[in-house]
Ligand binder design. Structure first.
Ligand code: CAA
Length: 282
């Protein structure tokens, strides 16, 4: 594994590119517009500055890491030499199926195709390729340079060998991978999203206010962020779409998204990225 292609340069994609480049891999970062790629490189540089400031990496290591990231607006150019592709595009089933269908045709036949999806079925994604045994989930957590977990998701047809390779690769990135099977929400979001949804119901039903709910969970349960702040950080639209996957996938009313969450997303209150969510961001 030398050459890694990352598809999508948003929050997750630029974090994934950052971590691979910092650990010595050649990274091809692909997005549809050059301004998205420029913004991603600026974000990576700023986040590496934080690491330089606290002595985690040197200025020279920062420069060398940035030098290992090439950017592409053409999918073909960005993946043709890939040993591994990590797809981190928008969380949309049709888009992901289209990307994987193209990746199957554009990448070397031995390449592993991974998705950073937070809830879309790896089995479904793999089924649009002719190499389902080489398709796997590599679910990083935000902020990627900080969070230690990689949830490694085995699709129905993912091979043992590919799983072992991705577990070892994740450790090489100084992450702690955990292997899980492909069922709705995997493990992380199957547990996290009902907690966030319950916090929204607690607000909706007038039990307590936003800061009271978050304070209870921060100070009472030692969570670094309260559930409502975390929902804003993840994106309320993303939380809603994951809850819908859980609700539809299990057919169980306990996963039904709170009507307040549905209303907020419809009103364009999506959290940090839109400046408004449970909190106001300037
Ligand atoms: N790149 C590099 N370093 C970063 C960074 C980034 N993007 N973001 C934060 N940091 C570093 C800071 O420099 C700081 O380093 P030191 O402690 O060594 O000085 C450290 O991380 C903490 O950052 P801050 O001091 O700015 O702020 P904080 O103490 O409030 O921590 C946080 C910020 C790490 C985000 C913390 O609030 C936290 O852990 N929040 C919960 C995050 C979480 O739950 N993530 C998972 C979300 S779910 C998901 O991603 C998957 C999904 O499918 C929905």
């Amino acid at each position: 594994m030398k050459s890694i292609s990352v598809i999508g340069s948003g929050t997750m994609g630029n974090g994934i590119a950052h971590v691979f480049a910092q650990h010595g891999y050649q990274v091809s970062l692909v997005d549809i517009k050059s301004e998205f790629l420029e913004k991603a490189l600026a974000t990576i540089s700023k986040n590496m500055d934080r690491q330089v400031a606290k002595g985690a990496i040197s200025q020279a290591e920062k420069e060398a890491s940035l030098g290992r990231i090439a950017t592409f607006t053409s999918l073909e150019g960005g993946v043709k030499k890939a040993d591994l592709v990590v797809e981190a595009a928008t969380e949309n089933l049709g888009l992901k199926l289209d990307i994987f269908h193209q990746l199957d045709q554009l990448t070397p036949s031995e390449a592993i195709l991974a998705s950073n999806t937070s809830s879309i079925s790896i089995t479904k994604i793999a089924a649009v390729t002719k190499r389902p045994s080489q398709v796997i989930g590599m679910h990083f957590m935000n902020p990627v340079p900080v969070m230690k977990l990689v949830e490694v998701i085995r699709g129905y047809a993912t091979s043992d060998e590919v799983t072992k390779t991705i577990m070892a690769l994740s450790r090489d990135l100084s992450k702690d991978p955990v292997e899980v099977n492909d069922y709705p929400g995997f493990v992380a979001n199957r547990i996290l999203m009902p907690m966030i949804n319950e916090a929204i119901y607690t607000l909706f039903e007038g039990v307590a206010g936003v800061s009271e709910i978050d304070t209870v969970m921060k100070l009472g349960m030692a969570h670094p962020m309260g559930p409502l702040q975390l929902a804003d950080f993840i994106g309320l639209d993303v939380c809603l779409s994951i809850l819908k996957v859980l609700h539809e996938g299990f057919g169980n009313p306990k996963y039904a998204p709170c009507p307040l969450l549905v209303n907020m997303v419809e009103a364009g209150y999506k959290g940090v990225k839109t400046g408004e969510g449970f909190y106001h961001y300037t």
